[in-house]
Write a protein that binds this ligand. Structure first.
Ligand code: GTP
Length: 451
């Protein structure tokens, strides 16, 4: 029964182990009177770990039931045999190395072994603790080992590692800022994009509050939408804009999702995509869609759209509103005399001149070829007429020179009309201003008419 004591002592981490022999191991069946030994027998047989001892030549001197089951052998077929019978040692190199280390260096070895088991025809991974055994004189006479099969855990761990690596690679290479923040504003995770944005390493950001990292206003700005996630426990999609000290704006589309785990503070996962370039493009497209390319003024479509809104506002609040239509006189002959590019130059100069005369609320557009319109919200007919006369005068003072002979002088005809109570749509006002313009043309041009 000595071997059982040794094994249990070893299992429990006792350092001093008494010697044992094959004979003492095989005498197990004869020694069953002692109640303690019976209990220990049962314990060792029921332990899932593999408990064994070997002599200096590597032959087994003890093996518990788990070892016998692993080798698919009886005790008699294990005791007195070395590992070549049970393992493919070419595929189990660490096993031999560990045994040698214990015996040669007389040390306790705690390590992992990847061993190919002949009986199972497969490799298993073990966590092993191996210690030297000593005879009465204190000389090493064998080795005692306890091994635990950790193949499943190892495979699981490998899978977890692979998945975390995959996830980490994806999170750090995706074109988005991804972070996890709890309701106390502490970052629990940030990907590399966030780290780059904040100008620090991810490990220096994780564990800190947004207020420790970001300028106060920006942190507050972000926190407003964070708060909505915590209060509603609902996903939020928002557009966020930050203004940098250098003056550039950055635009983000942010999705914030509640992330609640048991026994942890409520948190959120944020995904922010930098859409600054997209935003600029969108603005440029919008600008292009609304603008006349030659003069850079608003085009007819945008003018009508804005004028309709102003008309509705004027109607609702009984506000005055006046429309001015301007047309260059004899523009065809300018083209004919000086050429089309000169005509273009004239249109540009007139547009600039008109633009410089506007108030902030006035809306100016190139309506057609050589025709312009100005909408004057909250403006009476009298004020608008004064303004129209001023425009006529200013335009007549333009003397345009360029790659052509001489200078171009011009005049404009102007029609003015104000909103009246009976007008049912903006169109009505628009066509009345057009009629006034027609009248101005018919009365000799270079004049302002009101209808
Ligand atoms: N250079 C240039 N000419 C344009 C442009 N758009 C329209 N036009 C010209 O503008 C001229 C307009 O001529 P008309 O409609 O006969 O008017 P007008 O010559 O100004 O005569 P009144 O309006 O009656 O005083 C035409 O010759 C068009 O070809 C443009 O973008 N650039």
């Amino acid at each position: 029964m000595l071997i059982y004591n040794l094994a249990i002592h070893s299992y429990l981490g006792c350092d001093s182990l008494a010697p044992l022999s094959k004979a003492s191991t095989l005498s197990k069946e004869k020694n069953t009177n002692n109640a303690d030994d019976t209990i220990k027998d049962q314990i060792l047989a029921s332990i899932d770990s593999f408990i064994y001892t070997k002599d200096l030549s590597g032959k087994y001197t003890y093996a518990n039931q788990a070892v016998l089951d692993l080798f698919e052998k009886n005790l008699a077929d294990v005791i007195g045999f070395d590992d070549t019978h049970f393992f493919d040692l070419a595929l189990s190199t660490q096993l031999k190395e560990n045994d040698r280390m214990v015996m040669d260096q007389v040390i306790r070895v705690e390590n992992e072994e990847s061993n190919f088991i002949r009986a199972k025809n497969e490799t298993r991974i073990f966590k092993v603790v191996k210690k030297p055994l000593f005879d009465h004189f204190g000389n090493v006479n064998g080795i005692c080992g306890i091994s635990t099969d950790i193949t499943v855990e190892k495979k699981l761990q490998e899978q977890v590692n692979e998945q975390s690596y995959l996830l980490e690679t994806m999170l750090n290479n995706i074109d988005a800022h991804i972070y996890v923040k709890d309701c106390e504003r502490t970052f629990l995770y940030v990907n590399n994009r966030v780290a780059e944005l904040f100008g620090d390493k991810a490990e220096n950001i994780i564990g800190k509050k947004d207020t420790d990292i970001l300028p106060k206003e920006i942190a507050e700005h972000f926190y407003q939408s964070d708060k909505q996630v915590f209060e509603t426990n609902q996903k939020q999609v928002i557009e966020e804009t930050t203004h940098s000290e250098s003056g550039g704006d950055s635009h983000y589309i942010s999705t914030k999702v509640p992330f609640n785990q048991p026994d942890k503070l409520p948190a959120l996962i944020g995904f922010s995509t930098d859409v600054t370039e997209l935003f600029k493009l969108k603005e440029e497209f919008k600008q292009l869609a609304n603008t006349d390319p030659l003069t850079n003024l608003y085009n007819r479509r945008f003018f009508i759209e804005q004028a309709e809104k102003e008309y509705q506002r004027a109607k609702r609040y009984s506000l005055s509103m006046t429309l001015i239509s301007i047309d260059i006189d004899h523009f065809k002959s300018i083209n004919d005399q000086f050429g089309h590019p000169a005509g273009d130059r004239v249109l540009i100069e007139i547009a600039q001149q008109l633009k410089s005369s506007l108030r902030q609320t006035d809306i100016l557009a190139r309506i057609g070829g050589e025709e312009f319109s100005i909408l004057l919200p909250e403006t009476s007919a009298i004020s608008a007429m004064t303004f129209a006369e001023r425009i006529k005068e200013e335009q007549s003072r333009l003397h345009i020179t360029g790659d052509w002979q001489g200078e171009i002088n011009l005049s404009v005809s102007i029609g003015v009309s104000s909103l009246i109570a009976s007008d049912k749509a903006f169109d009505v006002l628009f066509s009345r201003a057009d009629k006034a313009l027609y009248q101005a043309k018919n009365t000799g041009r270079n004049t302002v008419c009101y209808l």
